[in-house]
Design a protein around this ligand. Structure first.
Ligand code: NAD
Length: 329
């Protein structure tokens, strides 16, 4: 639809207002009122309009922000290295565009690591001399919430590493599907509002002031990256994942190194259906440039790394509809 500047401004204002409201419900209240694909579509529309009408771009637009505001109920944690968001790709063409930008930015061949994008809550864990001292939510990327006591209840978070390292590691805390179903059944029996999805249940559990509640919720974690570490021995993200495992930090076993974007696309396709068999929810695939020196060369935008992107699966509702159509023909 072709719009003049006045119409575009009106549309931009409406989208911003709606998106701010959705972000607050999702990130701060853990209670979204619309499905993710609707949020993603509106965000995409806003980004395109802001590109077309750069005069209306503002630094406080939801398109420029990461996550949501931390709750006052928790002690605030400043992230030394910001916890950012990821750019998105919604189809093969956008993955090839990402690859073109990456190769243009490095002038070299690039290999990638593909990982499952776990649908949970981003957390940062700090270890000092091998001891777990602090865990925080991402919050707005710069300031998160101290949820150490709740994270200590997750059995797969080691309270002591296998070596006395000082580091900050990042990952996704999540609620496995069986725990989610059991929790919602129990809530409904008690007449409590069920959680919308496992992500909200995990986030809601970890943002409780009483750690006894989190302890009962059977949460788990996969760690996927390093925030800070003075270690120089790895040259690639894939090596880092292996090092993390050696330290006792649980990574997701399904990651794969791919030599070019076509291999990445095959990996992505292979998970569209297979993801139903996992006992946790994923909402996409994260693709990261493997070599750390190439990551450094590519750097970051204000909101996300240029060396990574998230392929988002089509909405489950859309898949069901397609299947229904196939069956009914
Ligand atoms: P994002 O979901 O696009 O991706 C960034 C996050 O992915 C990281 O912070 C990390 O937590 C996670 N992640 C999972 N596995 C990972 C891995 N292997 N490696 C690296 N990161 C991994 O970005 P976002 O800023 O967290 O949130 C935006 C998304 O949240 C939207 O695309 C939308 O789907 C959803 N959202 C929905 C609503 C709603 O109302 N329904 C509102 C706001 C946001």
């Amino acid at each position: 639809m072709v719009m003049n500047a006045d119409e575009a401004k009106k549309k931009i204002d409406t989208l911003r207002e709606e998106l701010e409201q959705y972000r607050h419900e999702y990130h701060t209240l853990d209670a979204p009122s619309v499905p993710d694909y609707e949020y993603d579509q509106k965000m995409q529309e806003l980004i395109e309009l802001e590109e077309e009408f750069p005069d209306f771009q503002t630094a406080d637009s939801p398109s420029q922000r990461v996550g949501g505001a931390p709750l006052d109920a928790f002690v605030k944690v400043q992230h030394d290295v910001p916890m950012l968001s990821l750019g998105n790709a919604f189809d093969d063409q956008e993955l090839r565009d990402f690859d073109r930008r990456v190769r243009g930015g490095t002038d070299e061949d690039v290999s990638y690591v593909c990982e499952l994008k776990i649908d949970g809550l981003a957390v940062s864990l700090r270890y000092e001399d091998g001891v777990f001292v602090r865990g925080a939510t991402r919050g707005d990327g710069t300031t998160g919430e101290d949820i150490t006591k709740n994270l200590r209840t997750i059995r797969n978070i080691p309270l002591r590493l296998k070596q006395p390292e000082t580091l900050e590691v990042r990952g996704e805390a999540y609620m496995p599907k069986p725990s989610f179903n059991a929790l919602n059944e129990a809530r409904e029996e008690r007449g409590d509002e069920p959680f919308a999805n496992p992500r909200n249940a995990a986030a809601g559990s970890l943002r409780q002031l009483d750690p006894k509640i989190a302890a009962k919720r059977n949460l788990d974690i996969f760690l996927y990256g390093i925030g800070q570490w003075q270690d120089e021995s790895s040259e690639a993200h894939s090596e880092r994942l292996e090092q993390m495992e050696k330290l006792g930090l649980k990574t997701n076993p399904e990651w794969k190194k791919c030599n070019d974007i076509e291999e990445v696309i095959d990996y992505v396709h292979s998970w569209v259906e297979k993801r139903q068999d996992l006992d946790y929810e994923i909402d996409g695939i994260v693709i990261k440039v493997d070599r750390l020196d190439q990551q450094d060369t590519l750097g970051f935008t204000a909101k996300s790394p240029r060396w990574a992107t998230a392929y988002k699966f089509p909405a489950e509702e859309a898949i069901t509809t397609l299947k229904d159509i196939e069956l009914s023909v």
